[in-house]
Design a protein around this ligand. Sequence first.
Ligand SMILES: Cc1cc2nc3c(=O)[nH]c(=O)nc-3n(C[C@H](O)[C@H](O)[C@H](O)COP(=O)(O)O)c2cc1C
Length: 147
Amino acid sequence: MAKILVVYCSMSGNTKVAAEAVAEGARTSGAEVLVKCCAEAGPEDLTACDAVALGSYDAFSYIGGGLKDFFDRCFYPTQGAVTDKPYVAFITHGGGGRAIESLQSIAASFKLKCIAEPVLAKGLPDQAAVADLQTLGAKLAAAATAG
Ligand SMILES: Cc1cc2nc3c(=O)[nH]c(=O)nc-3n(C[C@H](O)[C@H](O)[C@H](O)COP(=O)(O)O)c2cc1C
């Protein structure tokens, strides 16, 4: 069974809801899913999974500080061990959403492989956004299984 890690950064809950939708989509597709707040996740989680979903709120057009801290802690310990690992990204925002650019740039530094277009949701994900996030999780599970 493919192992999916969902790491998210959330201040007021919107991105946590998004993360749970991604996790649900992956689980429904038969994957084993671990959902972790970025403060509780570390390099061992990133190396242990077959694929990863990365999510953040938009903070001044950048990812949340907690997710940046996760990436900083993980970079050297995972270097060379996560190359081409499938990933997807999701963002919640207040009308901007440019944080996706920083998330994609950092994922490229880790040499993770993007397997689907990111999902951006304004505020608390509505029904349509939840469906998109579930689909994103399903795509990630499929990529992890194929790999
Ligand atoms: C400190 C801070 C900075 C923010 N900066 C932006 C921003 O630059 N662009 C944007 O679209 N939303 C911005 N927002 C809005 C949040 O990204 C948005 O409300 C998000 O859904 C919050 O997610 P959360 O509930 O998971 O914390 C900011 C929010 C905070 C708290």
